[in-house]
Design a protein around this ligand. Structure first.
Ligand code: PEP
Ligand code: MG
Length: 325
């Protein structure tokens, strides 16, 4: 698939109406990094750090993590890499971590909730990230923020580690950007302060959709029941876009839907200007984006919403068929 789109690699994802959509890739292993050059991605929009923790029999050591993170930044050759701190619990369980039985793990003790209650592991991870950056820019993103204070507290932990590393005489990152993943509907309604405090926000569409429709992403009986192009979900996305643009907060979308061409197009039509996806999706998404007039897609979506269509998929497909033929 990569080969087929190779001629697009160095071209921007620019619509016929002149809107440029930034396309980054998701990663989680050192082995993913060669795809950065191969796909022409702008950077790594989501580096899932839990894979190193899941692949080990014990908590990885700080020095080993710092080495790995430094190699990832090195391989990115100056392109930004957004490291998401440990996102465990729910579907991602560490074999060596004792945790309580939970009636509903997806709604349970996971991600930032664990990190704030038992900060030891995240502090170690933050130290590793700071040491890895040493003189380079560092982008850190906290997963599963569901209320403003969780972001404040996570950020305070990071600030404390920066201060500690400084006192210990380690080189600090050249620049620090601290973001939040928006994965629960609650954050679309967060105080304005949240959008001001975050250096950037990334929509975790997999979880956001699961919680918006109350449909377990792991449950085959319901996981495909609700369309991402459901009018209500796109209205939620539009609301988040508007709240971020009010405060000038950079926004991206890093769930799996970003890598599906029609979904990527509709997210762009709702105002997203940065998407992060599996490397193999970059070619197909770029190919479609470069052939469309986004304002026409947007109009088709708004008309479908006015008509009361449950999903805008039919309207968008019809619009595309007209446009591309
Ligand atoms: C998401 O929830 O959309 C996301 C990107 O994170 P993960 O799939 O790792 O939960
Ligand atoms: Mg998630």
């Amino acid at each position: 698939a990569q080969k087929r789109y190779a001629n697009l690699r160095d071209l921007p994802a620019e619509t016929t109406c002149g809107t440029v959509i930034g396309l980054s890739m998701n990663a989680g292993l050192m082995a993913d990094l060669p795809s950065l050059a191969g796909s022409g991605a702008d950077g790594v929009g989501l580096f899932r750090t839990e894979l190193q923790f899941l692949a080990n029999a014990n908590v990885p050591r700080r020095g080993d993590l710092a080495g790995l993170y430094a190699r990832v930044m090195q391989a990115a050759q100056g392109k930004p890499v957004v490291f998401r701190t440990l996102d465990i619990g729910s579907d991602k369980v560490l074999p060596y971590m004792r945790r309580p039985e939970e009636p509903n793990p997806a709604l349970g003790w996971r991600a930032i909730r664990v990190a704030l209650d038992r900060p030891g592991v995240m502090r170690m991870q933050l130290q590793a990230l700071i040491r890895a950056a040493a003189g380079r820019p560092l982008h850190i993103m906290f997963p599963f923020i569901a209320q403003l204070d969780e972001f404040r507290n996570a950020r305070a932990l990071l600030d404390a580690e920066i201060e500690r590393e400084d006192k210990l005489g380690h080189a600090l990152p050249a620049e620090l950007r601290v973001g939040a993943m928006l994965e629960t509907p609650s954050m679309a309604f967060a105080p304005r302060k949240f959008f001001e405090l975050a250096d950037f926000i990334s929509i975790g569409g997999n979880d956001l959709k699961q919680f918006f429709f109350a449909a377990d992403r792991e449950n085959e009986l319901v996981r495909r029941r609700y369309d991402t192009l459901n009018t209500s979900f796109l209205t939620l996305i539009e609301m988040i876009v508007n709240r971020c643009s009010d405060t000038g907060t950079p926004l991206s979308f890093c769930g799996e839907d970003a890598g599906r061409p029609i979904e990527a197009l509709c997210l762009s039509a709702m105002g997203l200007r940065a998407l992060s996806m599996r490397p193999a999706s970059i070619g197909p998404v770029k190919h479609l984006i470069r052939r469309v007039d986004l304002s026409e897609i947007r109009q088709a979506i708004l008309d479908a919403r006015d008509r009361g269509d449950q999903s805008v998929r039919g309207a968008v497909n019809a619009c595309l068929a007209d446009m591309l033929n």
